[in-house]
Design a protein around this ligand. Structure first.
Ligand code: NAG
Length: 142
């Protein structure tokens, strides 16, 4: 009896797995959205501010778990000749849920010395829903 239950369970799991694996191939949207063609992703939060003069900030969150927030501010830095120049300092974060169900996140800054990412996985550590990128570069501490 127990052997039959185990056998039946294994068959169900295998069948379910086969159905999940083969279903997207017949979908016309499979090439465009292989993860879930039926998923209708909505914008759940959006904010953008950019007057074209002194930096910008934006944040968006999508219903599939994607979050991105970025702030750009100008700082005074010195060029090769020692002249003070305005340099854009960017600070941001993004995270998304991968096909494996895992949350991937990246926090980054970009300045006169390049792009500086910090990468991680898991529900904590990265940007959270409702959060905005902090404005740490605004003080001009180059
Ligand atoms: C990543 O950025 C978010 C907000 O932008 C912050 O709350 C979090 O602490 C940062 N994580 C790390 C490891 O620096």
């Amino acid at each position: 009896m127990n052997k039959f239950v185990v056998f039946a369970s294994v068959c169900c799991v295998l069948l379910a797995g086969k159905m999940v694996l083969t279903a997207p191939q017949g979908s016309p949207d499979a090439a465009v959205a292989p993860r879930s063609a039926a998923q209708d992703v909505q914008t759940v939060r959006y904010y953008s501010e950019n007057n074209g003069l002194d930096g910008y900030k934006f944040t968006y969150e999508l219903s599939d778990g994607q979050i991105r927030s970025e702030v750009g501010t100008y700082r005074d830095t010195k060029d090769a000749e020692g002249n003070i120049v305005k340099t854009l300092f960017v600070q941001g974060s993004y995270s998304f849920v991968g096909p494996d169900g895992q949350t991937y996140w990246v926090n980054y800054t970009a300045d006169e010395n390049g792009y500086h990412p910090k990468v991680g996985t898991g529900p904590t550590g990265g940007i959270q829903a409702g959060q905005d990128a902090p404005i740490e570069g605004a003080a001009g501490s180059a």
